[in-house]
Design a protein around this ligand. Structure first.
Ligand code: ATP
Length: 220
């Protein structure tokens, strides 16, 4: 059975070079919404690290953002819609694939669980965990960090505006040497909320879904 078919509607066989990817990037996020910064990061990682596949895993419950004092859960766009936006964002990009495994698992999203599931799905493949430099700083706060470092090579992407953020001591990592875009989801939400255009910051399919579903019109 094909791993992609087993993975349900997200992703498509045509996106994957062969059915047996050996080097797999994992770009996890809330993607509320996905933007061109995410897409370019996936493309650069694919090309510079020679990855067969980059899975964009859509967080079910991004507990670090929805935790005490953070974003209210009610303010988060529902996961199915965030997944649809990621699918739209990645359309036509070879080897980049939206993945709903964290949504199917349910509950708070722990990357350690995601890596274990991906290892089962792709036995023997090498996993590369792609994280922005903003996220790198906080790796020690993740759940079961030892499992995270055991099951994947950490790759830090120097995100403009957060340059120089690196994992705490004790973490081995590689640095993705690539020019990236200074775009954030919060900036997109704020622009839409104040009636400004986000053309050029999100893929067209994402802009269409934001419009169709009336997302981000009120400030969080
Ligand atoms: P928000 O602004 O709501 O915090 P975000 O833009 O950071 O959202 P996330 O979905 O939280 O988007 O990010 C998922 C992953 O993508 C994280 O590892 C983050 O560091 C990385 N990332 C986000 N934006 C960029 C970018 N412009 N370039 C490179 N990596 C990025």
């Amino acid at each position: 059975m094909s791993v992609n078919r087993r993975n349900g509607p997200a992703g498509s066989l045509t996106d994957v070079p062969g059915n047996n990817p050996r080097r797999i990037g994992v770009l996890g996020g809330t993607f509320d919404p996905p933007h061109n910064g995410h897409v370019l990061a996936g493309i650069e990682a694919r090309d510079r690290l020679n990855l067969d596949l980059v899975v964009f895993t859509v967080a079910n419950d991004p507990w670090q953002k929805t935790g005490v004092g953070g974003l209210r859960e009610a303010d988060l766009t529902r996961a199915e819609l965030r997944l649809s936006m990621v699918e739209a964002a990645l359309e036509g990009h070879r080897g980049l694939q939206a993945d709903d495994l964290e949504m199917k698992r349910g509950g708070p999203t722990y990357t350690a669980d995601t890596l274990l599931e991906l290892e089962e799905r792709y036995p023997g493949a090498d996993l590369f965990l792609l994280i922005g430099s903003d996220v790198a700083l906080a790796l020690d706060s993740w759940v079961r960090p030892d499992e995270v470092r055991r099951h994947a090579t950490i790759v830090v992407m120097d995100r403009p505006g957060h340059d120089g953020g690196r994992p705490p001591s004790g973490w081995n990592y590689e640095l993705l040497e690539a020019p990236l875009l200074q775009i954030s989801a919060v900036e997109i939400r704020n622009r839409v909320g104040s009636g400004k255009s986000v053309d050029g910051e999100v893929p067209v399919g994402v802009a269409d879904l934001i419009e169709q579903h009336g997302l981000y019109r009120t400030q969080r």
